[in-house]
Design a binder for this molecule. Structure first.
Ligand SMILES: *Cc1c(COP(=O)(O)O)cnc(C)c1O
Length: 387
């Protein structure tokens, strides 16, 4: 455990702090200007150039959290992801992607890469052997997401970066599910660390934003492309996100603690047939998760047995909200087959192991006893054999 990890809450609160130079206020001022005196220090400040005081302060906080030299803040996770792709990939290039990634990302690949003539390979199982088989002379990037959505599969981050480094291939990871609290991929050699800040970083289900963290060189490259695409964040939202991140460590540690307890509770429940959580010893990649993650995170998924009508189950939940997104302080649940993964065909879902009965659970900060009671009651009420 590095000293950076031990001072995680201090980093959340103080890294990239923007001081109030006039009144000495304890919180950062918000600079909403879109017009700045260009003579002041030789830089042209402009929100779309991603270089206003609030944008820069937030980028510094994120870089500190991800143990990288620099960061760049975007208007959404997809704005960050698409800027990364369009910076490094051109017609004729090839990219290898993990198959089980965020639906929006795989949709971007199939829709936009087809148009631009960028070649891609989705791999269901990423390891040295499958990477070597798929790699060509034109392979420019390997893109992974771990833990994955919604099955919480774990990809070997160090293995991927070692393979890529030997061939000078750029590596990128979507680190949204773990958050910088539970996983720091740059420490394992990954070049580009991406977040949908709409999730844990915002944490209150009320902000849309995205982040890329990397070395100064990489960030400078991405910035040159990003300002052409224009996916910049507003300074008000940057300020809100900076405020939210002050409690990131507290929130995520609490969510992780709750998720661990709930995963064990669900695993023992007679009506639960499957629990996917990397912190469980029964998880096929538990050892790998233990090696590369600081902790196992607040996301899990599970299946109820056939005696339970799962649509009824979710409607009987009172504290746990049925909702599309994830990672807020409130617990939320969804059925991937009809939401996040509805763009896949039924066959594709089956291939990836996403059953119609699977429920993805984003564990909040509520008392774990309340969440357990909510689940127990909803299972009882939706048991078709009981009535
Ligand atoms: C939500 C999400 C995204 C996309 O982020 P937006 O802010 O919605 O653009 C990307 N990756 C993962 C893992 C996500 O959960």
């Amino acid at each position: 455990m590095s000293s950076k990890k031990r001072s995680i809450h201090t980093t959340c609160v103080h890294a990239g702090e923007l001081k109030d130079p006039i009144y000495g206020g304890a919180t950062a001022p918000i600079y909403t200007s879109t017009a700045y005196d260009y003579r002041s220090d030789g830089t042209n400040l402009y929100p779309r150039y991603m270089n206003t005081p609030n944008q820069v302060a937030l980028a510094q906080k994120m870089a500190a959290l991800e143990h990288t030299e620099a960061g760049l803040i975007f208007a959404s996770g997809m704005a960050a992801i698409s800027a990364v792709f369009m910076t490094y990939l051109k017609t004729g290039d090839h990219i290898i992607l993990q198959e089980s990634i965020y639906g929006g990302t795989s949709h971007f690949v199939t829709a936009e890469f087809e148009k631009t003539g960028i070649n891609y390979t989705f791999l269901s199982d990423i390891n040295e052997e499958t990477l070597a088989q798929s790699c060509t002379d034109h392979t420019k990037m390997i893109y992974i997401e771990t833990p994955s959505n919604p099955l919480l599969k774990i990809t070997d981050i160090g293995g991927v970066s070692a393979f890529a480094k030997a061939k000078s291939i750029i590596t990128a990871i979507d680190n949204t599910f773990a958050s910088p609290i539970n996983q720091n991929p740059a420490d394992h050699g990954i070049d580009l660390v991406i977040h949908s800040a709409t999730k844990y970083l915002g944490g209150h289900s009320d902000i849309t934003a995205g982040v890329v963290c990397a070395s100064k060189d990489y960030i400078h490259h991405i910035w040159k492309t990003a300002k052409n695409y224009g996916g910049s964040i507003s300074d008000q939202t940057a300020w809100m996100l900076e405020r939210s991140i002050k409690t990131l460590g507290l929130r995520v540690q609490r969510q992780t603690k709750n998720a661990k307890k709930l995963a064990k509770f669900l695993e023992k429940h007679p009506q639960v047939t499957q629990v996917n959580y990397p912190g469980l010893k029964s998880h096929p990649d538990h050892k790998l998760a233990k090696k590369q993650m600081n902790d196992y995170g607040g996301m899990l998924s599970f299946e109820l047995d056939k005696s339970i009508n799962h649509e009824q189950f979710v409607s009987h939940l009172k504290t746990i909200k049925v909702a599309l997104s994830l990672a807020g302080v409130e617990s939320t649940i969804l059925a991937p087959a009809v939401t996040s993964h509805s763009l896949l065909t039924a066959d594709q879902r089956t291939d990836q192991g996403i059953s119609d009965r699977l429920l993805r659970f984003s564990v909040g900060i509520e008392e774990v006893s309340v969440l357990k009671a909510d689940i127990k009651r909803a299972i009882k009420k939706s048991n078709t054999l009981d009535s």
